[in-house]
Design a protein around this ligand. Sequence first.
Ligand code: SAH
Ligand code: SF4
Length: 379
Amino acid sequence: MDSRPLNLLGLDAAGLKAAALSWGEKPFRATQLMRWLHQRGVADFSAMTDLAKSFRGHLEAQACVRTLEVVRDHTSSDGTRKWLFDVGAGDAIETVFIPETDRGTLCVSTQAGCAVNCRFCSTGKQGFSRNLDAGEIIAQLWQANHALGAYQADAGLKPDRVISNVVFMGMGEPLQNYAATLSALRIMLDDHAYGLSRRRVTVSTSGVVPMMDRLREDCPVSLAVSLHAPNDRLRDDLVPLNRKYPLAELMAACHRYLAHAPRDFITFEYVMLDGVNDTPEHARQVLALVRGLPCKFNLIPFNPFPESGLIKSSPAAVKAFAQILLDAGIVTTVRKTRGEDIDAACGQLAGEVQDRTRLAERSGRPKTIMLTRSAQEAR
Ligand code: SAH
Ligand code: SF4
């Protein structure tokens, strides 16, 4: 890893400006630098031809563009592409690109592991390892843009819009890593960097109420809330953070968020678990809970893993549940499972790597990165 101190990938406009000023440069130099880094994807300071020589000298001596080491890069039969990155000390994170006809969505991670420990989530089962910094979050976008050819399309101008949307739905709880998430969001939205619209950047949260309020003030982007249960008893069990921020507080925070949100609705995610949260009675409780709150529902087929002890809902149960919401006038979609042959959903691959890495550590064997079951089966 590059040991020069300042990783430019994690600096938003204010951070780059502060760096430029500290080297005695004019603030507009920071804007030029931002364009080189993020619009053109350039990491080599000597290629930044319109920067003053003195500025390039400071950059060479004190700054770097720190990328992540790719452990695996796999494209599924449906075009979904997934990278596994080594972020040091045995930790791995994942990033997924999902191409669709009218857009391309990148799903980024914000933490190695996660402290929330939802019952149905393999990332949660790993426990929390550490927060990613803003540079590590932006590196996922920067490297995906490179890998997808976005920077080659037009020498010199903005990256090709191969990635039109970003969702914070990879590993980790973004609102428990607020400062880094906020800097990364600002870089994603900056017109001199990626220039993504607020509507096309979505933060997904399990419901960290005070930070939902902060985000609303600091950088309101589209919000997805992982609901998963319509009453506190069940949600306490599935999403333990609910004991701290119960549903009444969560719903109130959603109402407050809407006043600033770039879209006039909140998206609720709801992972469908057989016999646990998927009955018509649960659907009716959902209706009562969200009455008066403009929202959409995204029903997610559960991606099973052995230790969870949970089973995915039957297609009939999902359909019946969706119909109850639709009949009440709520736009409801069932998430397509993409990239199943490479386990592109939610922490699965990195989960396996972690478990086996830790196992190897305990048994004193050298660390090896293993493929997931399904990735092996797909071969
Ligand atoms: N921590 C944030 C964002 C990352 S999780 C959050 O919880 O919202 C992104 C989404 O994947 C969440 O809605 C989460 O509930 C869902 N998810 C986690 N594990 C899953 C699994 N095994 N199958 C299907 N969806 C899962
Ligand atoms: Fe963390 Fe989200 Fe997984 Fe819950 S679902 S454990 S909040 S990553």
